[in-house]
Design a protein around this ligand. Structure first.
Ligand code: DGJ
Length: 721
C-alpha cells in the first residue's frame, strides 16, 4: 500500500523496534545522512535535527567532490563524468512486515535518476537498503561505481569483525581495529563468494568486539556474486563504509530507461554485542530470507565421504538402511550417479549429462526412491547444474554455452575439464532450470537437492553478450542464476535445496532466499569445525548450517577425534552424517542413534532458537562454548568443547547467557558417555546462578578408566516451576 508521497519532507525517520536511521531530504538538495543507531525518541529526533551537522551525502555521487570516496560514478552519454543529485520525492510503502521508504533523486541537469530505498522491518531490527539507477539520456550511460549503500561510522575505538579463509578452512574469524587507509574485503570468484572472504561484517563501536555486550553495527550484502566492502578511514571524524557489487572488470552500460538495481545491504544495530547482532541476522534470515526458514530440517546421511564416486545400487541401499536404523530421516546420493555416453567415474567428465548411469543404478532414480520408501526415509540427490566438462554430451552439443575468452584456449578447472556455463544466456538459464524441473517432474518424491558449484569464472568471455557488453558478464551471470532459482522456487517451494560450492563457497544472503541451507565446508574435522561454525554463526543461523558427523581419521586432516566430540560439534548446527556406516562399530552406531534421538528433541531450540556465544575458540584458552535459547527462554541447549588437551589444565567456568534470571532450570546431559552422571545431573538452578557462575564442568570424560584427549558436553536446560 502506498502511504504517502510528501515532496517537502525534510527529516526522514526510518525505524525498527530498537533502531533509527535519520536522513535529511530537502527537495532540490542533496540527500544527507544524519544518524544511524539506537532508536530515537521524538524529543531526541527533534533535537538532533537542530544539532547534528548532516555533513555527508547519504549516497555520495562522483563529480563535484572528486577527492572523496563515492558510491556512484558514471559517464553520461555526452562524456560528462559528473553527477549532482537532488531530492525529488519521498515515498513510503507498507507491506505488513516492513515499511519501505524510497527517496527519488534527479541530477540537476541530466535526465538521470537514483532511487535510494530503505526497507525497515517491524518485528526485527533490520533495515535493508538498495539503489535503483535509470536515465533518459540519448545513448548509454557507463556506470563505473555502483555501491548498494554508504554508511558513515563515527570514529572512536571501532573494530571490524569479518570472516576469511580458503577451501577447507572457511568462515575464519578476524577482529581488528580500523586504522587509517582503506580496508577492502573483496571477492572475484565470479560464481561462489564465501570461501576466501565474506560479504558480511560487524563493527563494534566500543573497542574490541564482545559477544554479549557493546554497541554493534552488522552489515550483510545480500549478493551471490563478486563484491567489494570498503572502509575508508580518512582525515575526518568518520570511517566511510561502502558495500556493493565489485565493479572490477564490470563497468555497466546502462541503456535509456533500463533500471539497474543493486543488491540490498542489510543493516542491524544492537547494544547486545556480536551475539546480539547475530540474533538479529538469524531472526531476519529465518523469517524473511532463508527458503523455508521456519521449517525444521531433517537429519540426513550424505554419501560423499562414505563412497565418493563409487555409487551403486547395493551400496546406496545399505547406506539407506543404516541411516534409517539410526533414526535418520533422509538419504542424499552425492556425485557419481549420472552420465550415459560418458559415465561419471571421477571428476574428469559428464557434468551436464543429467541422465542416470544404468550400469551403476539399473533401477534408476525411481528404484532408489522406492528403496528409501521401504526404509521409511526420504531421498535426495546431488547436481551441479551451472557446470559442464569438456568431456560431456552437453559440451559436444553446446560448446557455445560455456564461458570462454574469444580467440583463446579454454581455461579448465576441476578434473582438468570442468568449465562454467554462461548463465547470462537465457537458453542456459532454461537448461539450468530444466535440470531441476526434469528431475522433479520425473521423480516428484525427490525431497532434497544438493546443488554444487565447483568452479570459478576463470576466463572472461560470453558468446551471448554483445561485444560492447562483455563487461556485464559477472553481473549477468548472477542475474541469470537468480532467474533460474526464482523459477525453481516458484514451482517447487517446499523442495529442500542445499547450496554447496566446493564446501562453503555459497554462504551468503544473496542465494539463501532460494536455498534452505548451505554446506559449511568440505572440511568435516570436528575441531576445525568448532572454529568455522563459530565464525559462520555470526551471520547465519544453525538451521542453515549443514554440519555432519564424519569418519575418524578425518578425511581432510587425518585427525582422530572421538565420536562423542564429532557428534557434539555436528549437533550445534543442522545435524547430518557424512560417513560410511558400514565401517562403524555397533557401539558407534548406537551412540549416533542416541544422538539423533536427542537431537530431534532439541532440534527446535537449535534450529529456531536465539544464539548466545559464550567463549570463543579464537581466544585460544582451550575452550569454546555457546548456547541456544528458545524465544520464551524456557528451554536451552548449552555446548562446551575443549579445544586443547593438557595435563593439569585449568579452564575457566563459563557463565551462561540468555536465560531468565528469575526462572529455575533443570539440567540434563545429552550424549552422555561417562560411566557416572555429572554431579549436577537433574539438579535445578536459577537462571541468575547459571548466568553468574555457570556450572563446574569436569575437564575429562571417564569412560571405564579411559580419558579421551577430547572432551565436550551438551547440556539441556528446561524450566521447572
Ligand atoms: C564438492 C562438495 O563440496 C562435496 O561435498 C561433494 O559434493 C563434491 N563436490 C562432489 O563432487
Amino acid at each position: 500500500m502506498m502511504l504517502s508521497s510528501y515532496l517537502l519532507a525534510q527529516s526522514i525517520h526510518i525505524s525498527t523496534k530498537n533502531m533509527s536511521l535519520v536522513l535529511n531530504a530537502q527537495t532540490g538538495k542533496e540527500l544527507k545522512f544524519v544518524y544511524f543507531g539506537q532508536k530515537l525518541s521524538d524529543q531526541d529526533l527533534n533535537s538532533i535535527e537542530k544539532t547534528e551537522a548532516a555533513r555527508f551525502a547519504a549516497y555520495p555521487a562522483y563529480g563535484l567532490n572528486c577527492t572523496q570516496e563515492n558510491a556512484l560514478s558514471v559517464q553520461h552519454a555526452d562524456g560528462n563524468m559528473s553527477l549532482e543529485m537532488a531530492v525529488q520525492s519521498v515515498d513510503k510503502k507498507d507491506d505488513n512486515h516492513a515499511v519501505t521508504t524510497t527517496i527519488t533523486m534527479k541530477d540537476k541537469v541530466y535526465p538521470f535518476y537514483v532511487k535510494v530505498n530503505y526497507k525497515a522491518y517491524k518485528d526485527v531490527d533490520m533495515i535493508e537498503t538498495w539503489t535503483e539507477v535509470n536515465h533518459g539520456e540519448k545513448g548509454i550511460v557507463m556506470m563505473t561505481e555502483f555501491a548498494s549503500a554508504y554508511l558513515p561510522i563515527r570514529k572512536g575505538n571501532v573494530y571490524i569483525s569479518h570472516l576469511y579463509g580458503a577451501w577447507g578452512n572457511e568462515g575464519k574469524l578476524v577482529c581488528e581495529p580500523l586504522t587509517p587507509g582503506v580496508k577492502e574485503i573483496i571477492n572475484k570468484d565470479g560464481v561462489r563468494n564465501s570461501h576466501t572472504a565474506h560479504a558480511e561484517v560487524m563493527f563494534s563501536l566500543d573497542g574490541e568486539a564482545k559477544e554479549n555486550e557493546g554497541r554493534m553495527i552488522g552489515a550483510a550484502l545480500c549478493y551471490s556474486g563478486n563484491y567489494r566492502l570498503k572502509v575508508n578511514t580518512d582525515e575526518s571524524e568518520y570511517h566511510h563504509f561502502f558495500a556493493g557489487i565489485n565493479e572490477d572488470n564490470s563497468w555497466y552500460n546502462l541503456k535509456k530507461d533500463e533500471i539497474f538495481t543493486t543488491p540490498a545491504l542489510a543493516l542491524t544495530y544492537t547494544k547486545e554485542g556480536l551475539s546480539g547482532a547475530s540474533r538479529n541476522f538469524h531472526k531476519w534470515g529465518r523469517e524473511y530470507k532463508l527458503a523455508n526458514g521456519n521449517t525444521l530440517r531433517k537429519v540426513l546421511l550424505n554419501s560423499w565421504e562414505g563412497v565418493y564416486f563409487n555409487i551403486n545400487e547395493e551400496g546406496m541401499d545399505q547406506m539407506m538402511a543404516d541411516i534409517a536404523s539410526m533414526g535418520g530421516e533422509l538419504f542424499v546420493m552425492d556425485d557419481g550417479w549420472f552420465g550415459v555416453k560418458y559415465p561419471r567415474k571421477n571428476d574428469h567428465s559428464s557434468l551436464g549429462d543429467w541422465e542416470v548411469d544404468k550400469t551403476k543404478l539399473p533401477h534408476g532414480i525411481q528404484g532408489l526412491i522406492d528403496a528409501a520408501k521401504k526404509h521409511g526415509i526420504k531421498f535426495g540427490i546431488w547436481i551441479e547444474p551451472e557446470m559442464t566438462n569438456t568431456v560431456s554430451e552437453l559440451y559436444e552439443q553446446h560448446p557455445d554455452w560455456v564461458i570462454k575468452a574469444p580467440q583463446r584456449d579454454l581455461v579448465l578447472g576441476r578434473g582438468g575439464t570442468q568449465v562454467v556455463l554462461d548463465l547470462s544466456n537465457p537458453a542456459v538459464q532454461d537448461f539450468v532450470f530444466g535440470v531441476v524441473d526434469n528431475l522433479m517432474t520425473k521423480y516428484p518424491d525427490l525431497d532434497y537437492i544438493k546443488w554444487d558449484a565447483n568452479a570459478s569464472i576463470m576466463n572472461h568471455g560470453s558468446n551471448y553478450l554483445t561485444k560492447d557488453n562483455q563487461s556485464h558478464l559477472y553481473i549477468d551471470y548472477h542475474r541469470g542464476f537468480e532467474k533460474a532459482c526464482q523459477r525453481i522456487r516458484a514451482k517447487y517451494p517446499k523442495l529442500t535445496i542445499q547450496a554447496c560450492a566446493s564446501g562453503g563457497g555459497r554462504a551468503n544472503w544473496g542465494v539463501l532466499p532460494y536455498f534452505d541451507e548451505f554446506w559449511v565446508s568440505d572440511d568435516t574435522d570436528a575441531l576445525q569445525r568448532v572454529y568455522m561454525q563459530w565464525g559462520t554463526s555470526y551471520f547465519f543461523p544453525a538451521i542453515a548450517m549443514a554440519s555432519h558427523i564424519s569418519a575418524a581419521p578425518n578425511h581432510q586432516t587425518g585427525r582422530v577425534i572421538p565420536l562423542k566430540f564429532r557428534i557434539d560439534v555436528a549437533m550445534s548446527g543442522r545435524l547430518g552424517m557424512e560417513i560410511q556406516p558400514k565401517n562403524m562399530t555397533e557401539n558407534e552406531k548406537n551412540l549416533c542413534k542416541n544422538a539423533i534421538a536427542e537431537y530431534k528433541n532439541i532440534r527446535p531450540i537449535v534450529q529456531m532458537g536465539d544464539i548466545y556465544r559464550l567463549q570463543s575458540p579464537y581466544n585460544h584458552i582451550g575452550i569454546s562454548s555457546l548456547m541456544y535459547v528458545t524465544p520464551e527462554k524456557d528451554k536451552a541447549v548449552f555446548y562446551w568443547y575443549k579445544t586443547e588437551h593438557f595435563v593439569n589444565q585449568h579452564l575457566p567456568r563459563i557463565p551462561m547467557a540468555g536465560l531468565k534470571a528469575d526462572k529455575n532450570y533443570k539440567v540434563h546431559e545429552l550424549n552422555r558417555i561417562d560411566a557416572h552422571p555429572l554431579v549436577f545431573e537433574g539438579q535445578v538452578f536459577s537462571g541468575e546462578y547459571l548466568m553468574s557462575n555457570g556450572l563446574e564442568i569436569p575437564y575429562n570424560h571417564r569412560v571405564r578408566g579411559v580419558q579421551p584427549d577430547y572432551s565436550s558436553r551438551v547440556l539441556y536446560l528446561e524450566e521447572v516451576n
